[in-house]
Write a protein that binds this ligand. Structure first.
Ligand code: ZN
Ligand code: FE
Length: 255
């Protein structure tokens, strides 16, 4: 049976390890040390590395791990990342060596220009694009690109589990509550996730349904989010891109 584990790193990263008891694949290993320690503690053999984008907290451990385990490194065709052996773009399908797990690739530009996501049976590995109740900052892409990328992810089946790369959930929820204070599902989520954090548990994975119900960056059709974003922007916003752009700018300056 396949299992997916969060390996914590840095301040708030999760380096996800997918394993079947014998082989493992790691997603976005920003640091080799906690990954190697995890593999040793479970007696696992690393058979693949998957990368979503080029930032250091996602690729810092790639070369060491690839050298130690002689395994392939999958990553975005559109970004310069040392050590990639398989360059992927939207529509590509891979079978993860060792695990036999089939994944398909989506292009999700916005946080970075070439960011990709991996979609498998009931799961999506989405790096810094979609976060629990939030989304990545726009370092390289445009708001229109990010809105389109998030719309792609939002169309996945509701029960899809979302494995994103950072534990930002509680601060994202604080912002979401400022945008959509009338959303009862958001309050319920806040209580549930606060309890998880208080118990030392990750808030992840969440589901696409959770995000559709509570993530202000996907709720460009919610009358309350439209009204609230329009008020903040000081003008009437209508299109999904306009609403998304205003919510993203609001969050950039939210304390
Ligand atoms: Zn990043
Ligand atoms: Fe990151």
């Amino acid at each position: 049976m396949m299992q997916i584990h969060p390996v914590p790193a840095f301040e708030d990263n999760y380096l996800w390890v997918i394993e079947d008891g014998r082989h493992a694949a790691v997603v976005d290993p920003g640091d080799e040390h906690p990954v190697q320690a995890f593999l040793e503690s479970k007696g696992l053999e690393l058979s693949a590395i998957l990368v979503t984008h080029h930032h250091g907290d996602h690729v810092g451990g790639v070369e060491w791990l690839a050298g130690r385990w002689k395994c392939p490194v999958f990553g975005p065709a559109g970004e310069r990342i040392d050590g990639l052996t398989q360059r992927l773009r939207e529509g590509d399908r891979i079978t993860v060596p060792g695990l036999g797990l089939e994944l398909s690739v989506l292009d999700v530009p916005g946080h970075t220009r070439g960011h990709i996501a991996y979609v498998g049976p009931g799961i999506v590995l989405c790096g810094d694009t979609l976060f629990a109740c939030g989304c990545g900052r726009l370092f390289e892409g445009t708001p229109a690109q990010m809105q389109e990328s998030l719309a792609k992810l939002a169309k996945l089946p509701g029960e899809t589990r979302v494995y994103c790369a950072h534990e930002y959930t509680m601060s994202n929820i604080r912002f979401a509550l400022a945008v959509e204070p009338g959303n009862a599902k958001l309050f319920a989520r806040s209580e549930r996730d606060a309890a998880a954090r208080a118990a030392g548990r990750p808030t992840l994975p969440c589901t696409i349904a959770d995000e559709q119900d509570t993530n202000p960056f996907l709720r460009w059709a919610s009358p309350e989010v439209i009204a609230s974003a329009s008020k903040h922007a000081g003008r009437a916003l209508a299109s999904p891109v306009e609403v998304f752009t205003a919510v993203r700018e609001w969050k950039n300056n939210f304390r």
